[in-house]
Design a protein around this ligand. Structure first.
Ligand code: AMP
Ligand code: MG
Length: 417
């Protein structure tokens, strides 16, 4: 198959031309199941929260002016007029010279405008001795102080974490509209690839990619549909691809896209329907054999077999598409500036990504390449904090030069230590 390497940008444009990454639809979910989903509506409070003035402490509801001048040695003496419990409408009215026992969270009774904490009082023969003065509204949370009616408390496109979910519960919503989760079929290829958990025959290796990529798909907001491992056989691959296309909104595979005689993925993909293969190799290092097809309106990303390459290309090319399909705003790459520890060279004519480890040195970050030899080792990505991008037309990046490091750890949901 004829290959013309596209630049990374050209590859992105080619994908955009044939596949519009947009939300797949909206569904309603119980709030209890909304964690990690993407909100498909603005949630507007239809009421004030709290909906009534409430006490923020256990104590006595009073008229503030009745406590003016009260002090440790000069208590204000008020007549106990009743009790206000949480969860009920107060039946009493606090008049001048009286105080009502009140619990944290209970509604303020009529007439009272402040609460004195129990700690600042004493009860003696039906009287409440108040040893401190309070000002109007002291220890009172006013209606609407937390959330005002009409206020937007969570917005469309927002990722639902415990915080948003709590706020949505506060306004009484039991269900929310969320974007449908894109299903992403995933399988690995190669005669040597064995599913973890099975015995490892001589010459075989365990499947890394289906697992690392499944996790990356979930991080991006998609739902992986794992289909297994398939040999580099056109008939088997065609079957696997057809199953994948029928069971998901997009497909991610790994392996079998290089130029070896067994690398039959590109030709198989080109026979499955129009427009077929739209990217057949990109001018990056790693990731050169990356192949992308659009079949029956669904994108198929055939990533290189090397685990580090597969994950890096996923990150650069696939993640933003899953994120958009999931209704998320594509996450910006988090970057920091660092000085290089050695001179770094790009591969000729290819945009080169050097995976680096970050170290702190005299208050600056230093980016040190993770030794790989080959891009095959999973430990490369395990040890890496990020990558430095060297443009194809640049001769080299000098030792000690300042570079931008794209943080991989952050993108992968971890924090940089
Ligand atoms: P390929 O692109 O199929 O030529 O694979 C390139 C290299 O990556 C080979 O050394 C493969 O054994 C290795 N490889 C391919 N797929 C996987 C996988 N799913 N897990 C781990 N290593 C893989
Ligand atoms: Mg292979």
């Amino acid at each position: 198959m004829f290959r013309r390497l596209l630049t990374l940008e050209e590859a992105k444009q080619a994908i955009q031309k044939y596949f519009e990454a947009k939300p797949l639809g909206v569904e309603e979910t119980p709030l209890l199941e909304a964690f990690n989903r993407v909100l498909a509506e603005d949630v507007v409070a239809e009421m004030d929260i709290p909906s009534f003035n409430r006490s923020t402490v256990d104590g006595y509801a009073v008229k503030a002016e009745d406590t003016f001048g009260a002090a440790e040695n000069k208590p204000a003496k008020l007549k106990l007029c009743g009790t206000v419990n949480v969860g009920e409408k107060p039946k009493i009215t606090v008049k001048r010279g009286t105080a009502a026992e009140i619990m944290t969270g209970a509604p303020m009774p009529e007439g009272a405008d402040a609460v004195v904490m129990f700690e600042d009082t004493e009860r003696k023969n039906g009287e409440v001795y108040v040893y401190t003065a309070v000002t109007k509204d002291e220890n009172v949370m006013k209606a609407g102080a937390d959330i005002k009616r009409g206020e937007t408390i969570a917005r469309q496109g927002q990722f639902l974490t415990s915080r948003e979910i709590g706020a949505i519960a506060a306004v009484g919503r039991a269900k929310v509209k969320v974007y449908k989760i894109p299903k992403v079929a995933i399988f690995s290829t190669g005669a040597e690839i064995t599913e973890p958990g099975k015995p490892l025959a001589p010459g075989k290796i365990y499947d890394i990619n289906a697992y690392s990529l499944s996790a990356a798909i979930q991080e991006s907001g998609g739902k992986p549909v794992y289909l297994g491992v398939f040999p580099d056989d056109p008939v088997e691959l065609e079957k696997a691809l057809k199953t994948a296309l029928a069971s998901a909104d997009m497909v991610v595979t790994s392996g079998g896209v290089s130029v070896g005689p067994r690398d039959v993925m590109p030709t198989t993909l080109s026979q499955l329907g129009k427009p077929g293969v739209i990217v057949c190799g990109i001018a990056t290092k790693p990731g050169k054999p990356t192949t992308v097809a659009v079949i029956s309106g669904k994108p198929v990303f055939a990533l290189p077999g090397h685990p580090t390459s597969a994950l890096l290309i996923f990150h650069l090319l696939v993640r933003p598409i899953i994120e958009r399909a999931a209704g998320k705003k594509p996450t910006e790459n988090t970057t920091i500036k660092a000085l290089t520890s050695v001179r770094m060279f790009p591969a000729r004519g290819r945009k080169t990504f050097v995976t680096v480890k970050l170290k702190r040195d005299s208050g600056r970050w230093v980016a040190e390449p993770v030794p790989t030899g080959l891009s095959g080792a999973i430990t490369t990505i395990l040890r890496a904090d990020g990558f430095v991008e060297i443009p194809e037309n640049q001769q080299f990046v000098d030792e000690g030069e300042e570079v931008t490091v794209y943080l991989l750890r952050k993108a992968l949901g971890e924090n940089l230590a």
